[in-house]
Ligand binder design. Structure first.
Ligand SMILES: [Zn+2]
Length: 492
């Protein structure tokens, strides 16, 4: 039995001011055939599951290339086509194949391609034919298009948000692919479109219970897999939105009924799944009432989340902390390669005047010019997220007025792990207030140390105030953009 695996992933924010090209992938996650590092990341999870089980279950795994990068704008056409054709050539060279395992994000948009994953699957299917079993692992912030669901044999999404479960989901994918190849099961898809966009953190209700119920259905009554596609709201593509995907063992009628039931449950949760978004002033007021002796108040800033395609250099929070004289606080991460370079030039302990943030676009607000003390420096920092280690590049902690720490990075990323602080000489547990530029993934590491978690709204291309996006191509009506979005329907 011969399986091939490759990865190609990013989450394209079509409103982002940051361009995406081949250098974005080469500078983030790239490996050639057979050269994937030992530590997995989200897109290489199927490869690592396959690598671990190939020998013990007696199949051959051919490892192809991997390409992944941080979310940013729609990708240049030539860059996407180069990566796609590299993988397709590797598939051709690996033939004959019984199965393919693809690690993708699922919200990759390139110039001229609204549905990159559908395009890859269409071309791969032409090469391998209808019998080869194609399994795909995606992030729940994906566009579950009819095209990709029709072309793959099985698609499994991470269930947790923060996405800490990418390895167990990859293991499930591999198990289903192997059973399908052996003729033990026949996965059949049912897809329900909920006609909505929403934020579904699994660290709180009602999403926590929904996901637990969804998981409990698997393995019962012929249900092979159930996924909730949150959708990625920062992309102006026709099939953007929340969808429920169910696979049964060749029981389309039961799958349709279950996808419809769960889809209607999600429709019933409209407006109930997001935490309250506070203004900067409201968040500071609430934070002031919290006893922080056992840990900081952690305030998320989703609108400037690099993990949603934002620049991560908006200064609204930093300005407010300086203006109000907030003590013992921090903002992280601020993407500012120039400030990082200046800090490394000056060295730890140096004091100098520097311009921080506010550089990428009008959504970044104004830069902050101030005197800083260099608290700590690091090169090629890595932070933990589930089983993954993600790059932060070169880093510096800059302290303003003896009280406000700003962690600047030269690799644009969001706050995942506590290494964001510890590598540059700061113990985040001892802070009173920390602002993290992240929508929800910060929660895996920062939730446990926080005395309270709050969510704030500033401005940026990953704002959760979706109605401010200038959508032109999204299929309407859609909740919460339209007054009568409708109840949703089965689309496959
Ligand atoms: Zn996601």
């Amino acid at each position: 039995m011969r399986l091939f695996t490759a990865s190609l992933g990013t989450e394209s924010n079509t409103f982002s001011p940051i361009p995406t090209g081949l250098s974005s992938f080469m500078g983030a996650y790239h490996h050639g055939p057979g050269q994937a590092p030992e530590i997995p990341h989200h897109y290489t999870a199927p490869l690592h599951a396959g690598r671990r089980r190939a020998r013990q279950e007696g199949f051959t795994l051919i490892e192809g290339s991997g390409f992944g990068t941080e979310p940013s704008g729609a990708c240049a056409k030539s860059a996407y086509e180069h990566m796609r054709d590299t993988i397709l050539d590797e598939i051709k060279a690996a033939m004959p194949l019984d199965g393919i395992l693809l690690g993708m994000h699922g919200a990759f948009v390139a110039e001229g391609y609204d549905d990159v994953e559908g395009d890859v699957l269409e071309r791969a299917r032409k090469i391998v034919g209808p019998k080869c079993v194609i399994g795909v692992e995606l992030d729940p912030h994906c566009h579950l298009t009819k095209k990709r669901v029709s072309l793959a044999d099985i698609i499994i999404l991470y269930k947790e948000y923060p996405h800490t479960d990418f390895m167990p989901r990859a293991e499930e994918l591999l198990t289903i692919v192997l059973k399908t190849i052996r003729g033990e099961i026949r996965p059949v898809a049912s897809l329900y479109d909920c006609r909505m966009i929403a934020f579904f953190p699994t660290t709180m209700e009602p999403t926590r219970s929904f996901v637990d119920r969804m998981s409990a259905l698997e393995g019962q009554d012929g249900v092979l897999s159930v996924s909730l596609g949150h959708g990625f709201p920062h992309a102006d593509v026709p099939e953007m939105g929340t969808r429920v995907l169910v696979y049964t063992d060749n029981d389309k009628k039961a799958g349709d009924a279950l996808a419809t039931r769960l889809g209607k449950e999600i429709v019933g949760l409209r407006g109930k799944t997001s935490p309250k978004l506070l203004s900067v002033g409201q968040a500071l007021k609430q934070a002031a009432t919290v006893d922080t002796s056992k840990g900081p108040v952690v305030i998320a800033e989703p609108a400037d989340n690099a993990g949603g395609g934002s620049a991560s250099d908006n200064t609204m929070w930093l300005q407010a902390l300086i203006k109000r004289g907030v003590k013992n606080c921090a903002v992280a991460p601020m993407w500012d390669p120039q400030a990082v370079a200046f800090a490394h030039t000056m060295g730890v302990g140096a004091r100098f005047r520097v311009r921080i943030g506010g550089k990428t676009s009008e959504l970044s607000n104004k830069p902050v010019d101030c005197e800083v003390e260099v608290i700590g420096l690091a090169r090629d920092g890595l932070q933990s997220f589930g089983d993954a280690k993600t790059p932060m590049g070169d880093m510096a902690c800059l302290r303003i007025g003896g009280e406000i720490d700003v962690v600047v990075l030269n690799h644009r990323t969001q706050a995942f792990g506590l290494e964001m602080f510890t590598l540059v000489g700061v113990d985040p547990r001892k802070k009173s207030l920390i602002v993290v530029k992240s929508a929800q993934h910060f929660h895996a590491a920062y939730g446990p140390i926080a005395s309270r978690v709050l969510y704030s709204e500033t401005q940026g291309p990953s704002t959760q105030n979706y109605a401010t996006h200038p959508y032109k191509r999204v299929t309407r009506p859609l909740y919460p953009l339209d007054p009568k979005p409708g109840a949703g329907s089965l689309v496959l």
